[in-house]
Design a protein around this ligand. Structure first.
Ligand code: HEC
Length: 484
């Protein structure tokens, strides 16, 4: 058995498919010689590329496993695969480096499906049919995690109303930093979890946790979005505080065997949960599964946005351009954060640009990228400019789709030398041509709700000079402890 992890909270365990039929004894139900059949040619494709979502209880509207289920959809399947709309995968293959979690169909697979539909969608020889796939429920990663962290409380989601992002906190339950190769967030209730983010933070001195919320000495809840006294991530290397995001299409991140995400002892897990009421009262208690690295970790994964300085650039400021004009910064050398002066997106504009530029100030290795925008998000791409001026597009998502936000994991990690820059080129469509646009006549602000906008070209990398197997001279853990 081979476990193929797919995106979207599903795992497909595909029995290795053997083409074990004897061509001589095969009773031919094939109308035209050489045309692909369901049993021989199509079933292996739908099992491995479609069934993870197209089955009972999953996100897609219909099951696509048996001939009886697939046959009525033949025309629609042809249209969707030729348009490359199914399986969902946003990267333009012409402008994107190979990704190890690419779920899209090869040209040959598309041709097979098209030829099958055009030949009248024949069933073929029963002996050719591979065993149907089996699915695991539970963790998408297919095994029990080494550690499971749980939201500190079960949260009651009211039937109606608009909820801000709910902030919960729980203490990291061990005494020394650990590194995770695989992390997965499993919503307790997928009907209500709209998106979620997991971070590691410190809580303010004198504050304490009550029911998973931070309260100050007077018992007032602090640490909610928009309140003063937000827990700080100071003392961490910028970029180490974020663990992962859950949005439809993702929530399971694979790092590399010897490169992991730091789970820092002494910090608090900050569960940032965004719930959408369903019309009836609901409950959720989401869980985080961690699979630790099995070999010594040399480098830690840092997650930053294109546009923010490298995690190790002391005092660096973010660099963003809105409609090609530099966004202004606060003159605060202690902060690397972009000031709030990013202009709003005007009404009715069809193509409004926001670009972030990260100067690469030391050698790094790039692993993965994930675009996060909201309903006006139109396209996003990552371009690396090398010291000699050569430009390379690493990932291009030409038609950003809010419903499918993938983490694009490079098949081969990419070395980027000091003196390069990483540019995240984003466009927004606030016109009526954007079918998701809830209100083209309105100016769009930068904030949390899906009708507001975000620009988050998340970029995962490590700093080459780091070597966590050597105690002295590491860029992070030793210094961090001193700062704490
Ligand atoms: C990651 C999940 C996922 C995968 C993988 C996936 N689909 Fe889908 N598919 C969906 C969802 C969700 C919808 C309904 C919403 C939409 O159309 O986007 C859908 C819709 C469709 C439709 C249109 C149904 C209609 O009502 O018109 C077709 C046809 C289809 N898929 C075929 C396929 C085929 C063929 C594959 C594999 C080659 C595939 N899908 C893989 C999730 C998936």
């Amino acid at each position: 058995m081979r476990a193929v992890a797919l995106l979207g909270g599903v795992v497909l365990a595909v029995a290795s498919i053997s083409a074990g039929s004897d061509p001589v004894s095969a009773q031919s139900t094939v109308p035209s010689a050489g045309a692909p059949t369901f049993n021989k040619d199509v079933a292996p494709i739908v099992y491995s590329k479609c069934a993870s979502c197209h089955r009972e209880g999953e996100v897609a509207p219909m099951s696509l496993i048996t001939y009886e289920q697939v046959r009525p959809w033949a025309r629609a399947i042809k249209n969707k695969v030729v348009a490359r709309e199914m399986p969902p995968w946003g990267a333009d293959p012409k402008e994107t480096l190979p990704m190890r979690n690419d779920v899209s169909l090869s040209d040959a697979q598309i041709q097979t499906l098209v030829a099958w539909v055009d030949a009248g969608a024949p069933r073929g020889n029963p002996a050719d049919l591979p065993p149907a796939p089996t699915f695991t429920t539970g963790w998408t990663n297919g095994s029990e995690p080494d550690a499971i962290l749980e939201m500190p409380v079960e949260f009651d989601i009211p039937a109606e109303g608009e909820l801000g992002v709910q902030m919960f906190y729980s203490k990291v339950p061990w005494n020394e930093d650990r590194f995770a190769e695989v992390v997965e967030l499993r919503p307790g209730n997928r009907a209500v979890v709209h998106h979620a983010g997991i971070f590691f933070v410190d809580i303010p001195e004198g504050a304490r946790l009550v029911n998973g919320r931070i309260v100050d000495s007077e018992g007032k809840v602090i640490g909610d979005r928009g309140s003063s006294g937000l827990p700080s991530t100071e003392g961490s290397l910028p970029g180490s505080s974020k663990l992962l995001s859950w949005v439809p299409g993702r929530g399971l991140d694979h790092h590399r065997a010897d490169v992991g995400k730091r789970i820092p002892a002494g910090k608090y897990v900050n569960w940032q949960m965004h719930y959408n009421p369903t019309g009836k009262p609901e409950k959720d208690r989401s869980r985080l599964g961690l699979w630790f690295n099995k070999v010594p970790v040399t480098h830690e994964v840092l997650i930053r946005q294109a546009g923010d300085p490298l995690a190790t650039t002391k005092g660096g400021l973010s660099l963003y351009r809105a409609e090609y004009k530099e966004v202004e910064y606060k003159a605060d050398p202690s902060s690397t954060r972009r000031s709030r002066s990013t202009p709003n997106i005007p009404p009715y504009v069809e193509s409004w640009s926001l670009t972030g530029i990260t100067p690469v100030t030391e050698d790094i290795t790039l692993y993965a990228m994930s675009p996060h925008m909201h309903l006006r998000g139109k396209s996003l791409k990552w371009v690396v400019t090398y010291p000699d001026g050569r430009e390379q597009t690493i990932l291009s998502v030409p038609k950003f789709d809010f419903n499918w936000q993938f983490n694009y994991e490079l098949a081969e990690p990419l070395r980027i030398p000091a003196g390069s820059k990483i540019t995240g080129v984003g466009f927004y469509d606030n016109s009526p041509k954007n079918r998701w646009n809830p209100a083209p006549h309105l100016e769009v602000y930068w904030s949390e709700q899906s009708w507001d906008e975000m620009y988050q070209p998340f970029t995962e990398y490590s700093v080459d000079s780091q070597d966590l197997t050597k105690k002295a001279g590491t860029t992070t853990s030793s210094q961090q402890r001193q700062q704490r």
